[in-house]
Design a protein around this ligand. Structure first.
Ligand code: LRH
Length: 490
């Protein structure tokens, strides 16, 4: 087939981008046409996403992509779990909440205990995270706004709706809500009832690769794109897109860490693991492309670092990544041990102070300089990557992987890659950094017959992107020793 061009809008928790992807035999090339900050808004009603602003960024990027190429299709992906409510006229009922808003703190454990953690897990296969959509919906105040709601759309589905007028729930992202039954692949009446949600709020589920519509006339006019331009449901959960773009053709069970704001570490499996052990270890079974299971756990990720940088910047301290990583490189190894997933690290705030308090509370010295703090974060992430992959392998009953694929923005962080190789004792194949956007483009390209199945999609990534390999160094036992020295519980 002749090469074709696709546009991917990829929204992350800190920034959004639109990329133009050119795909053909042996060709997979990205050009960024827009990048914009995604800055959460603190309003009296809580922490929100500025979705109209993001929509504008998407429109600008699409217009630029359209000036550079004839687009065969457009696809949108974003972070998971968050949603908007629309009224009967399709108007937005307030800005969506940010998953870091604390409003679900109390209701999440209460609902879990009421329904039963085991029932929840057997039905949805999801790890317990306080911000799963089901808990957010249970926390929605019942009042005039709720009464007016006629449609619930997840973030990428909303942006797709604003482009096309179509209403659909893309399945990979729907799998993160806690409202989808992992066994039937349909919305779960039991979970909807538990969250007191009318099933009619939810649109029909569609699989990645489905053509959902074409551009609304006013969208065509503002962007200058032909109104006939199709919009494709991609793997709209960003992590599902990222896992698709892991350059691992023919590797069988793929072990990955999709590393950005979060580190999502785990395996790609053919079937979910819904055992009691798996639930107790808080592993999730999210849906991947081709009905695969993304068997993984959320690790707090580079949020710990970006939030520290934000605090330092506000205080007029050095905050740029390059010098901070150089200082971390020179800092003493294993000087402090933190649990990156401690609940106090979830909400925005003064991260360096929280990390210091965490060290003090667990009977350790407090990091005395920025380099020490950054090293502490990166070592904690590397160890969490190693621990999580090891547990995933054990719980899924697989043989240990031969390599770990680290994709996403974190793959540019050489120190983190090296530490992850050292902690796992495995070679780390780092990159592509833009795995999410690549995965988005690859689903569209496959739907248009330009590339074949998952293995071919991954072969195309491996042939066109340039991953960097980090061999493990040092003694993995040193990691175990260092991490067994302090008790992390209160
Ligand atoms: C990563 C991500 C992750 C979800 C979180 C809300 O961007 O989608 O997979 O758990 O955001």
């Amino acid at each position: 087939a002749a090469p074709a061009a696709f546009a991917a809008a990829d929204l992350g928790a800190t920034s959004g981008r639109v990329v133009l992807g050119r795909v053909g035999p042996g060709l997979l090339e990205l050009t960024e046409t827009a990048r914009f900050a995604n800055t959460p808004l603190r309003l009296p009603s809580g922490l929100h996403w500025n979705l109209p602003g993001l929509h504008q960024g998407v429109l600008d990027g699409l217009a630029e992509a359209g000036r550079r190429a004839d687009l065969a299709s457009i696809g949108i992906d974003s972070w998971a779990v968050d949603y908007a409510l629309l009224d009967a006229d399709g108007a937005l009922l307030g800005l969506p909440h940010h998953y870091r808003d604390p409003r679900t703190e109390e209701i999440a454990p209460r609902l879990r205990d009421r329904v039963g953690a085991d029932v929840l897990y057997r039905t949805t296969g999801l790890q317990h995270l306080p911000f799963n959509t089901v808990f957010q919906l249970a926390a929605e105040p019942r009042g005039p706004r709720w009464d007016a709601a006629r449609r619930l759309l997840l973030v990428p589905d909303l942006l797709t709706h604003w482009l096309t007028g179509a209403e659909a729930a893309e399945a990979t992202n729907a799998s993160t809500t806690g409202l989808r039954d992992a066994r039937t692949g349909q919305w779960s009446p039991a979970m909807l009832a538990a969250a007191r949600v009318d099933a009619r709020l939810l649109p029909p589920l569609v699989d990645p690769g489905t053509r959902v519509g074409t551009l609304l006339p006013h969208v065509a006019e503002t962007t200058g794109l032909p109104a006939a331009t199709p919009v494709t449901a991609v793997a709209s959960h960003d992590t599902a897109s990222a896992v698709l773009a892991v350059p691992a053709p023919g590797e069988g069970t793929v072990a990955y860490v999709s590393c950005g704001t979060w580190s999502l570490a785990g395996l790609e499996l053919e079937h979910p693991v819904l055992t009691e052990d798996s639930r107790a270890a808080n592993f999730t079974n999210e849906l991947g492309v081709d009905g695969t299971t993304r068997y993984l756990r959320n690790i707090m990720g580079l949020w710990l670092l970006s939030e520290s940088q934000r605090a330092w910047r506000a205080r007029g301290l050095p905050y740029e990544l390059g010098p901070l990583l150089a200082a971390a490189e020179a800092a003493e190894p294993f000087a402090h041990v933190i649990d990156p997933d401690a609940p106090e690290f979830l909400a925005p705030g003064d991260m360096p102070a929280r990390i210091a308090a965490h060290c003090a509370r667990t009977g350790q010295r407090v990091p005395r300089h920025q380099g020490a703090l950054v090293r502490t974060i990166l070592e904690a992430l590397a160890w969490a990557h190693a621990r999580t992959l090891r547990e995933a392998v054990r719980l899924a009953g697989w043989a240990a992987p031969r390599t770990v694929h680290l994709v996403g923005g974190g793959s540019r962080n050489a120190l983190l890659c090296r530490l992850t190789a050292a902690a796992t004792g495995l070679p780390v194949v780092a990159g592509p950094a833009e795995a999410t956007a690549l995965g988005n483009i690859l689903v569209q390209a496959r739907a248009h017959g330009l590339v074949g199945d998952r293995d071919e999609q991954r072969a195309l990534v491996a042939a066109t992107q340039r991953p960097v390999r980090y061999e493990p160094t040092g003694d993995p036992e040193a990691w175990r020793r260092a991490n067994s020295l302090v008790a992390l519980e209160d």
